[in-house]
Design a protein. Structure first.
Lengths: 116, 107
């Protein structure tokens, strides 16, 4: 299967600061990337969908000014959590697809964010 | 809005047992259904992808089936091993996930 690399795997930051998470497709071009948030023992909640070169589509209830998503190239998408608060602490996972709805999704390893 | 349900939430079986994990979804207008495995604190590993035109897919000891008309998919694991212990999630092509089934295979 294709490889999606997410970095960092763990990050601790202070309240009020911003943190950037990177998601890279290593061996394919990802036309669409997705960002998820996962709480302990819960399923993945889709935060936003991004297509290369265009603005991300955010799910209802997700603040676009707080969770900035950039998908500037076919192999890289970034999620920036701005002015982080302790309630933003969570496990964030990205996924990538080569094409449209029928193609397989590949996931990164996830990033454990802790805001202190 | 698509809803994906996986029941039970947890399952414990002895090693060697064959088992079936169930997934149901409300919107049959899907391109595919995908099964994943997640180990604690890790990302997701894709196990099987079934396109809407297919009825099943097999990979090693895993077999996944899809019945769009009834809104159901099953993941069959043959001769389970302790290394199969993980959380198994299904997701529709719109990547709506179930909560997962946490499987524990006892040696």
């Amino acid at each position: 299967g294709a490889v999606v690399s997410q970095h960092p795997s763990r990050v601790i930051c202070k309240s009020g600061t911003s943190v950037k998470i990177e998601c890279r497709s290593l061996d394919f071009q990802a036309t669409t990337m997705f960002w998820y948030r996962q709480f302990p023992k819960q399923s993945l909640m889709l935060m936003a969908t991004s297509n290369e070169g265009s603005k991300a589509t955010y799910e209802q209830g997700v603040e676009k000014d707080k969770f900035l998503i950039n998908h500037a190239s076919l192999t890289l998408s970034t999620l920036t959590v701005t002015s982080a608060h302790p309630e933003d602490s969570s496990f964030y996972i990205c996924s990538a697809k080569r094409g449209g709805g029928g193609t397989e999704a590949f996931f990164g390893q996830g990033t454990r964010l802790t805001v202190v | 809005k698509q809803e994906v349900t996986q029941i039970p939430a947890a399952l414990s079986v002895p090693e060697g047992e064959n088992l079936v994990l169930n997934c149901s979804f409300t919107d049959s207008a899907i391109y595919n259904l995908q099964w994943f495995r997640q180990d604690p604190g890790k990302g997701l590993t894709s196990l099987l992808l079934i396109q809407s035109s297919q009825r099943e897919q097999t990979s090693g000891r895993l077999n996944a089936s899809l019945d769009k008309s009834s809104g159901r998919s099953t993941l069959y694991i043959a001769a389970s091993q302790p290394g199969d212990s993980a959380t198994y999630l299904c997701a529709s092509s719109k990547l709506t996930f179930g909560k997962g089934i946490t499987l524990s295979v006892r040696p």
